[in-house]
Design a protein around this ligand. Sequence first.
Ligand code: ADP
Length: 273
Amino acid sequence: MTAIETKDLTYLYSRGTPFEKAAVDGVSVSIEEGDFVGVIGHTGSGKSTFIQHLNGLLRPTSGQVLLYGRDIWEEPKKIREVRFQVGLVFQYPEYQLFEETVERDIAFGPSNMGLSPGEIRDRVREAADFVGLSPDTMQKSPFELSGGQKRRVAIAGVLAMRPRVLILDEPTAGLDPKGRDQIFHEIAQYHGKTGSTILLVSHSMEDVAKYAKHVLVINDARKIAFGTVDEVFSHTGELVEMGLAVPQITKIFAQLRARGFELSPHVYTVEAA
Ligand code: ADP
């Protein structure tokens, strides 16, 4: 079943002014339920603008976003429900923490969904478990925590809404390598356990190669590729065009091989260079 689909999605910033700019230009893509899609592309290519359409934060200039086959703007009054179903973790989400305790911060989203206190408690506990927050953290102020822990609280706040589709925009930006690996690992476990559809925006292609099933490549506001991780990453010429050097490409191939993908002879030629 298709979870999310965009049809000829286009978004112009500063429409009708001399500064008008297409940040998303005619992107059509169809993402199946349960997929794990890595979204990659240079800074400024339009990735954030694209994903902000998927939960209705931005409204298309033209084109459509379909969630389980329905245009999310069909009834604009119901866009709030779309935001519960499509959870979006922004870049540096910890800047949006504001409650007195970790528990209350994670509970903020579900508290707006008309759930019973018991259901809210269950969801908060479950979400905290997914991101490895210990019970003794729950009564602390989020502001006492380390950067990595704050990031977890913010991610848990979105997971607690049990979104059908989870979108993460550079969820490990600014973390050290250990913190980065842990968060990616937690996201992968969450995906394995819940079967949710995940879109992960990341500039780390190595991590995308490690976890994603499909990859969407955006360049200059346009979709330039969408395919399985091994299909997209074995086009070595494109990887070089994206600015990757041979050592990075070698690491990507190593991740793919560790996952059991067979790479083409073409790929090996470059790796040997
Ligand atoms: P990415 O996430 O790939 O870095 P963005 O979606 O943030 O790309 O940006 C795409 C383009 O749109 C960039 O040229 C950026 O400068 C421009 N842009 C982003 N946000 C705004 C905004 N609020 N107003 C005008 N232009 C913007």
